[in-house]
Design a protein around this ligand. Structure first.
Ligand code: GDP
Length: 204
């Protein structure tokens, strides 16, 4: 899929305030600093569509982007797991993210971003287990694969899959990406284009 246009639509404090669910939507989520903004910008072929974080974890808003006119929305969800947040703010963030993921009727896939440089992190696995338990449609995107040797990246990816398989019967789609070297971007865009053709609003 070619991105011909990508435009910021609105920032929303929760699912009730998101734009009308009148087209397929893909969401992006991950821990602060995982490379989410860089990936969204690269996918959209724009420099500053999503803001790369100078103060990680600051925004707790859902940002919507209209892609290729009215073809689809991309939703940039706030980064989680940022250490310098109060308990109250963490709870607020969780309520907002979980509410969005559970109730957004046009959500086709949530791309869960995982830093490929790290061994499996409990916070990511816990979040994925919650997605599984709540039947949230997901795909996993390993980021920053340019940063280490391919053998190490593959070890980390294998370890992550093994950790997931402790609770999952079948793994979701997995992408290996680099926003610096442009790895995996076309695969994600093609996946969106393909899944778009089967789009049906979720039944709750
Ligand atoms: P966000 O907080 O998840 O939105 O993360 P950002 O996109 O702001 O990226 C966090 C940091 O990681 C920035 O310094 C980026 O330049 C860097 N970064 C993001 N993606 C990549 C990547 O694919 N490769 C490398 N080497 N660095 C990356």
């Amino acid at each position: 899929m070619q991105i011909k246009s990508a435009e910021f639509v609105i920032s929303s404090p929760g699912v009730q305030k998101c734009p009308d669910a009148d087209r397929p939507e893909y969401a992006f989520i991950g821990r602060s600093n995982v490379g989410k903004s860089s990936l969204i910008n690269k996918l959209a072929n724009q420099k500053k569509l999503a803001k790369t974080s100078s103060t990680p974890g600051k925004t707790i808003l859902i940002n919507h982007f209209a892609i290729n006119g009215e073809k689809m929305y991309w939703a940039d969800l706030p980064g989680f797991g940022y250490a310098k947040r109060s308990k109250k703010m963490i709870k607020q963030l969780q309520t907002m993210i979980y509410g969005y993921l559970k109730h957004r009727s046009n959500l086709l896939t949530t791309f869960v971003l995982i830093d490929s440089r790290q061994e499996p992190q409990a916070i990511d696995l816990k979040f994925l287990d919650w997605c599984g338990a709540n039947q949230i449609p997901i795909a996993i995107v390993f980021t920053k694969t340019d940063k280490l040797k391919p053998t190490i990246i593959n070890q980390n990816v294998d370890a992550f899959q093994e950790a997931m398989l402790e609770n999952w019967q079948e793994l979701p789609p997995i992408f290996l990406t680099s926003a610096i070297k442009d790895y995996g971007l076309e695969e994600i865009l093609d996946f969106m284009d393909y899944t778009n053709t089967f789009y049906q609003p979720r039944a709750f």
